[in-house]
Design a protein around this ligand. Structure first.
Ligand code: EPZ
Length: 426
């Protein structure tokens, strides 16, 4: 398996351009199943999760034409076999979106239970609650979720708690249902707004995306459109933290500053300067990093997908910081790897106490999931000496060309494939 080899100590300097948002793109690619005409998607990130989504569509009979690395034409009119291949579905969480889209179009779906980052238990009970509310019956047999509905009738859906995937799947099932659906306690992430904008541009009738009440009036047809995915708020936040962690000076371009507000506020709180422009932010550090307390929350709160990266920054802040992330059962798997690099972190359930140290030192570490991997890349660039990161396939699920982009900012990072002796890369 490929590895990253990083020689730390180089401040990141210069400009980096942010790619399209992974968590918007996986939903919008799946949403093309609901279209009655071909769609052209632009600013799609070149990441492995998208590759898997496209392969699933292709295996079901859709036409997928790659126009360039970030643009594709998808024609789902000829999907004949709405069954998602088992191994492809298990490799990511977003495969659950094929439940809502296939149900919304065919009134049936057979999709293996989703996989994705191992952040603890990740049930889909709220997704099933939404499907049931609209008239679908579900069974789970042999690891496959099967949905069947004679018809889909608009209804009220009240989520027990904020769920991004549940909200997205409820939209998919409701957009062509008969009548009005009202989703209450809906998630408000930017990628939900982007999905609603995509579907409305096709002729859907979705009101209130980005608030906690979303109203959807079912329509009969959705026309094909050309649509550009929004920039990735988490990729942008990752580069903001990396700039601060390496005491660099970086312009991060192609962003929507409003999507970064909670990240910007927290960086400023710990002593990082963030200058905001129309479509970019400028990040640099002049003084010492200060401790803080951090609690992750659904949008517009501080995103859980930024917690491992920000916690890594706090490992060298003055004093003890407290980080609470109870969105998932266990989002601190990366901590044991940071300890190998000299971090002083104690985890108790969903709270970590991070005692600042003078610096990290390079080590061989292993990525356990997408954002944990990103945190280890930041740690490797901060550390003195050489860091080898194993299992980088996790990172490539959600970061387009991360090593190229970081080298462009002055990082000393190389990709090494197993059969090549590590010594060559150092
Ligand atoms: C989406 O996951 C993202 N993935 C995650 O990003 C992100 O961390 C998460 O939203 C929260 O923002 C994609 O968009 C593909 P949830 P999702 O439903 O939809 C529990 C990344 O790094 N829950 O909001 O799975 C669930 O277990 C990835 O890009 C239920 O109990 O998140 C979790 O504890 C990682 N039952 C909490 O709710 C359900 O039916 C929030 O999950 C659904 C969720």
């Amino acid at each position: 398996m490929d590895k990253f080899v990083i020689n730390g100590g180089f401040p990141l300097k210069g400009e980096v351009v942010i790619s399209g948002a992974k968590n918007a793109a996986v939903a919008i690619v799946a949403a093309t199943i609901l279209s009655d005409e071909p769609c052209v998607l632009e600013n799609v990130p070149e990441i492995s999760d998208i590759g898997i989504c496209l392969k699933i569509l292709y295996e079901m009979g859709a036409g997928v034409r790659i126009i360039d690395k970030n643009t594709m034409r998808i024609d789902t009119r000829n999907i004949s076999d709405p069954v998602v291949p088992y191994e492809l579905a298990r490799s990511m969480r977003a495969s659950s979106y094929f439940l809502g889209t296939l149900l919304g179009r065919f009134h049936r779906a057979d999709v293996p239970m989703p996989g994705g980052c191992d952040l603890g238990d990740r049930p889909i009970d709220q997704h099933l609650k939404a499907f049931n509310a609209l008239g679908a019956k579900h069974t789970i047999d042999g690891g496959v979720v099967s949905l069947r509905a004679d018809s889909l009738l608009g209804n009220q859906i009240y989520f027990d708690f904020n769920t991004v995937g549940g909200t997205i799947n409820a939209i998919f099932a409701a957009v062509k249902a008969d009548g009005l659906t009202v989703i209450e306690n809906a998630a408000k992430e930017p990628h939900i707004v982007d999905l609603a904008n995509f579907l409305n541009s096709m002729g859907a009738d979705i009101m209130g995306a980005g608030t906690d009440v979303i109203k959807i009036r079912g329509v009969k047809r959705l026309k094909g459109v050309t649509y550009a995915i929004i920039p990735d708020q988490i990729e942008a936040g990752t580069y903001m933290v990396a700039a601060a962690a390496t005491k660099g000076d970086v312009f991060i371009k192609n962003v929507i500053p409003k999507h970064l507000e909670s990240i910007t506020a927290k960086l400023r709180k710990v002593g990082v300067t963030v200058e905001e422009f129309d479509e970019s932010v400028h990040v640099f550090v002049e003084g010492p990093l200060m401790k803080t307390t951090l609690k992750t929350l659904p949008h517009p709160g501080f995103p859980t997908d930024m917690q491992p990266q920000f916690s890594t920054l706090l490992t060298v802040a003055d004093g003890a910081s407290i980080v609470t992330d109870d969105i998932f059962d266990n989002r601190f798997r990366y901590v044991s790897e940071l300890r190998r690099m000299g971090a002083d972190i104690t985890v108790d359930g969903t709270t970590a106490v991070i005692q600042g140290v003078s610096g990290l030192t390079g080590a061989t570490v292993r990525a356990s999931d997408l954002r944990a991997g990103a945190a280890l890349v930041i740690a490797g660039m901060m550390a003195s000496g050489t860091t080898v990161i194993e299992n980088i396939f996790h990172i490539e699920r959600g970061y387009e060309n991360i090593d190229d982009k970081l080298r462009g900012l002055g990082a000393d990072i190389k990709r090494v494939t197993d059969y090549e002796p590590i010594r060559k890369a150092i």
